[in-house]
Design a protein around this ligand. Structure first.
Ligand SMILES: Nc1ncnc2c1ncn2[C@@H]1O[C@H](COP(=O)(O)OP(=O)(O)OP(=O)(O)O)[C@@H](O)[C@H]1O
Length: 321
């Protein structure tokens, strides 16, 4: 079990009460784990803060804040083998949701205290760490429209409103997708390259279930012809994501590859893990098992038979037929 950890805590993330949250985290973890607690400030380079903690030789890092805080700390741990605990306290909490970590603060702390870890893939997008996904086109425009003030006022609804505003300006672009063994050319409104994604990242949900430790990226191409088509495709992708099915629509395509290069005409904005990165072209390659995270204990399916241990047990094979 974990003995020491460095907790990087954003006191202004989300809409909760940071003092109460921090007190609860300490009350659950500190009986077992010696915590070094570092608070972020507007001027903190959170990734650097995490890297320095790793250089000091911490046993584990815990990130508590919104997606910005979590991604910065996570990026510092990539390929180090240092396990990362996530206590999500932001608005969208895409990282925790996509990685299967409970959003409830007590359950998230218990996950870390219990100490079970799992390796998951990450990726590099134009040389920069990518844990969830790169969105080309529609999503990038939406992220840019959902500003801080609106997020503070409306939470998740800010993204929905920004998405609706963006629908009116939606335009198809020409796209070339080059993998290790082929080049695909088509038109799209959005192309998403995902390592893992929460169900709410609907533009990543072409295939059924994204797997975070398969060494592969899931590429989804969404190409509705008009605004009505875009609404229909959004609804389809959300419902198939929630039911764990793949989309069968003609205006949705998907493929898997360990690396991909994407070029568009005209160039499109790119958002990586919620932050605007720049514009196309992009090159994304998977880094298998590069991130170690604390995960909740998942019960194995109950065995359908158990006989061993019974007194004076004899099992005699029977001749069939
Ligand atoms: N003490 C602080 N006071 C004000 N701003 C801070 C402080 N610490 C960090 N920040 C800012 O918080 C931002 C990161 O926030 P974080 O990721 O935790 O939430 P978020 O991405 O805004 O998430 P959400 O939108 O989900 O609430 C960074 O821009 C950082 O500069």
């Amino acid at each position: 079990m974990l003995k020491t950890a460095c907790l990087i805590f954003n006191p202004v993330a989300g809409q909760g009460n940071a003092e109460i949250d921090l007190a609860r985290i300490r009350s659950i973890l500190e009986p077992d784990i010696e915590l070094e607690i570092l608070l972020t400030s507007p001027d903190t380079n959170t990734e650097q803060m995490a890297r320095q903690a790793i250089e000091r030789g911490v046993e584990a890092l815990i990130a508590s804040g919104g997606d910005g805080t979590v991604s910065a700390v996570a990026e510092a741990t990539i390929t180090t083998g240092i396990p990362l605990g996530i206590i999500a306290r932001g608005t969208a909490n895409a990282f925790a949701t996509a990685l299967g970590i409970p959003l409830d603060l007590n359950a998230a702390c218990e996950t870390i205290r219990t100490g079970m870890t799992r390796k998951v893939d990450t990726a590099l997008c134009n040389g920069k760490p990518m844990i969830l996904l790169a969105g080309i086109g529609f999503e990038a425009e939406t992220v840019e429209k959902a500003d801080r003030a609106t997020k503070d006022r409306l939470g998740m609804l800010a993204y929905v409103l920004a998405g609706l505003a963006q629908l009116r300006e939606m335009e198809r672009f020409a796209v070339e997708i080059e993998t290790g063994d082929r080049v695909i050319r088509t038109e799209a409104v959005a192309v998403t390259v995902a390592n893992v994604a929460p169900p709410t990242s609907i533009l990543a949900q072409g295939p059924a279930g994204l797997v975070g430790d398969d060494g592969l990226l899931d590429i989804t191409i969404v190409a509705p012809a008009n605004v009505l088509g875009a609404i229909a495709v959004s609804y389809n992708l959300l419902s198939t994501a929630l039911s764990g099915e793949a989309s069968l629509r003609d205006d949705v395509g998907y493929l898997r590859s360990d690396r991909v290069r994407i070029t568009t005409d005209p160039p499109q904005k790119v958002v990586v893990d919620g932050e605007i990165l720049g514009t196309t072209p992009i090159e994304v390659s998977c880094l298998p098992g590069a991130l170690t995270i604390f995960v909740p204990f998942i019960e194995e399916p109950a065995p359908v038979e158990k006989l061993e241990g019974l007194p004076n047990l004899e099992i005699e094979p029977k001749e069939l037929g």
